[in-house]
Design a binder for this molecule. Structure first.
Ligand code: ATP
Ligand code: MG
Length: 268
């Protein structure tokens, strides 16, 4: 099946036959070096990476191989030395800092291993904070936040502070917060890393549901092979490079075809 109109030449994004961007996320030849003064660390060496709309991808690899750096660079939280990153076909580098921040606030959600909840705020206040920061009216922000808490099964815990919640419940609050702006992409860095295995399973099931029901695109860093197995695809990193990938057998056939084409795109 020919799914591509045009493959990326490294300067423009790949497009599908109708001319629309072929991928939600597309990175071409991305290089990122950290200079600590005494050391130069090549955190990303010529990374090619693409994620289809609605795909759920796990990024796996040993500690220090560059997984968090990849997430930070792809989401525009961190600058790259060279290479291109296209999100929904848009070149991140062409956006001003302000536009990039704005894009992030509108289109992305973040879930980290540590919950990053403010201890003095209760659940609904934590969830609505990003909306208030981006200028949404308080009444609307509150409604959306309660809705997001409802989605993660925590409506009744809206007025509880983080200290009164279990680890799994806190992670649900952060998931609600990541959803509250109705994003297209969710970046998750070891979202189940601090949870026991049963709670981790529940949280993953919740993310998988959101992925399937809302067609949300997920990029998720994990050390847990079981988490990887539930995603559509596992991308493996080592020493700042992507060294391989496995498409899980339950990934939708149409998407597997896209990914097959994509591997070709990365090679050409
Ligand atoms: N802000 C920074 N300054 C200097 N070096 C950094 C910085 N952030 C990351 N690094 C280095 O870049 C490399 C990749 O780090 P990164 O955090 O991306 O790894 P990781 O795969 O997420 O590891 P882990 O599984 O332990 O979280 C490491 O060698 C790390 O020491
Ligand atoms: Mg990391």
């Amino acid at each position: 099946m020919a799914l591509f109109g045009k493959k990326s030449n490294g300067v423009e994004p790949s497009t599908s036959q109708d001319g629309a961007p072929a991928y939600m996320i597309e990175a071409r030849d991305v290089v990122k070096t950290y200079d600590t003064g005494t050391n130069r660390i090549q955190a990303l060496r010529s990374v090619d990476f693409a994620v289809a709309r609605g795909e759920m991808v796990a990024v796996m690899g040993p500690s220090g191989c560059g997984k968090t750096t990849l997430l930070n660079c792809l989401s525009g939280l961190d600058d790259v030395d060279s290479g291109r990153i296209f999100l929904e076909g848009q070149d991140l580098a062409t956006l001003s800092d302000r536009k990039r921040t704005d894009y992030r606030a509108r289109r992305m959600g973040f879930i980290f291993q540590v919950y990053n909840l403010l201890p003095v705020l209760n659940s609904v206040e934590n969830v609505e904070l990003p909306l208030l920061v981006s200028g949404v009216r308080p009444k609307v922000a509150r409604e959306k936040s309660l809705e997001a808490l409802d989605t993660v099964g925590l409506r009744e815990w809206a007025t509880h502070r983080p200290a009164e919640l279990s680890g799994g419940q806190r992670q649900r609050v952060t998931i609600a917060r990541s959803l509250v702006n109705d994003p297209a992409i969710i970046w998750a860095d070891e979202p189940t890393g601090a949870l026991d295995s049963k709670t981790a399973e529940d949280i993953l099931a919740l993310m998988r549901d959101l992925n399937q029901q809302k067609a949300l695109t997920f990029v998720l860093v994990t050390h847990d092979q079981g988490v990887g197995a539930l995603c559509d695809r596992i991308v493996r990193m080592r020493d700042g490079e992507i060294v391989g990938q496995d498409v899980n057998s339950h990934a939708p056939a149409q998407r597997s075809a896209v990914i097959g084409d994509m591997v070709g795109a990365a090679r050409s």
